[in-house]
Design a protein around this ligand. Structure first.
Ligand SMILES: *Cc1c(COP(=O)(O)O)cnc(C)c1O
Length: 363
């Protein structure tokens, strides 16, 4: 077979993104590995989803630009619908951004370590991915001039960052926008869990794009919905590269209802923030180091002892918990990323950690 002659070289070269494990519904594992929300979506969202099965809504194509979603988002976030583009998950928006701005061979930069999807998405688009180490070691300062000096057409910055959970100041973000030779994408997939967000920067920086996800704070990872906030001029270009009907009718109905019921999710967010604080403190008391997080997960350095990262991953799984381990990255090989669950899940998790630490000493 002449596969290597037919397939684009950049596709052949791709290793492919490895997402966190999704166990089969029959398994009773508690998922603390892909930063989903432990609470269900608001009842109004479920009602809106059921409503889409009535009348002609599923027989007909959905509204191509998700106009009602953009109007609801504009009302919720104080923007105009023309400044909003909707994605099939915020990952879809990242692809649309690369399609809009990056020609083959052009650079795309991000501080490192960061969200592991940026590199393969860039390579798929024929771009060159340029990781730039965070400045100041584990103080994770934004390497503004190093990022700007790459000449990248697109710079990705998650805020809060994945997988560290840390947040750079908005003042640093503003300086990056000024220094950048292209667009800056502030990836706010975890923005709702943080103390502030980049929206106030939007009017003053015409190269800034902010992306949001419904997968984490709004409990809708299964539906794939994301929002992009940007200037009208950029939005006009982004609409041209969108898949024509990128958000299906069910997702549009759910997204609109979610945006009209944000307060329900805000209550869940407050609980997750409290549990984040409690997990951080409890792990620190047990000898783990924890990077201060403003997301719905924490990144923790495991204490020295018999059990390494692989060992913790396996033993936690035996006791019913999935967490995320990025062992192939030397910067992360002694760390685990743990999603914040419900208070009950966190109680059980800490109980298992205590049990494993005890085995660590005596075994
Ligand atoms: C989860 C995540 C996304 C993707 O969100 P979806 O809306 O589910 O596509 C984007 N960026 C970061 C940093 C994430 O962690």
């Amino acid at each position: 077979m002449s596969l290597h002659k037919w397939v684009r070289p950049n596709v052949l070269a791709l290793a492919g993104y490895v997402p966190g494990e999704q166990p089969s519904p029959r398994q009773t594992l508690i998922k603390l590995n892909t930063n989903e929300n432990p609470f269900p979506p608001p009842e109004a969202v479920l009602t809106a989803i059921r409503e889409t099965s009535r009348g002609d809504r599923l027989r007909l194509y959905p509204e191509p630009s998700a106009r009602l979603v953009r109007e609801a988002a504009a009302a919720a976030y104080g923007l105009s619908p023309e400044e909003i583009v909707v994605g099939n998950g915020s990952d879809d928006l990242l692809t649309m951004i690369l399609r809009t701005f990056v020609d083959p061979g052009e650079g795309v930069a991000a501080p490192d370590p960061t969200y592991t999807l940026y590199a393969p998405l860039t390579q798929l688009q024929g771009g060159r991915f340029i990781p730039v180490p965070w400045a100041g070691g584990e103080r994770f300062e934004l390497p503004i001039s190093a990022l700007a000096d790459t000449g990248a057409k697109v710079i990705f910055l998650p805020r809060p960052n994945a997988p560290t959970g840390h947040v750079n100041s908005l003042e640093e973000v503003a300086r990056l926008c000024q220094a950048a030779p292209g667009v800056v994408v502030l990836d706010e997939a975890y923005g709702d869990f943080a103390m502030d967000n980049g929206l106030p920067l939007l009017p003053d920086h015409d190269n800034l794009i902010i992306t949001r996800s419904f997968s984490k704070s709004l409990s809708l990872a299964g539906l794939r919905i994301g929002l992009g906030f940007m200037s009208r001029e950029i939005a006009t270009q982004m609409h041209k590269v969108r898949d024509s009907y990128n958000l299906d009718a069910v997702a549009q109905a759910a997204a609109t209802a979610a945006l009209e019921n944000l307060s329900t999710c805000e209550k869940n967010t407050r609980i997750i923030r409290q549990e984040r604080q409690r997990l951080t403190q409890n792990l620190q008391e047990r000898g783990f180091q924890v990077i201060p997080s403003q997301a719905n997960f924490i990144l923790t350095t495991i204490p020295t002892g018999k059990r390494d990262g692989e060992g913790w991953l396996a033993d936690l799984k035996t006791h019913g918990f999935l967490v995320r381990y990025f062992g192939s990255d030397p910067n992360l090989a002694d760390k685990l990323r743990i999603t914040i669950g419900t208070p009950e899940e966190m109680d059980r998790f800490l109980g298992v950690v205590d049990q494993l630490l005890e085995n660590n000493q005596t075994g």
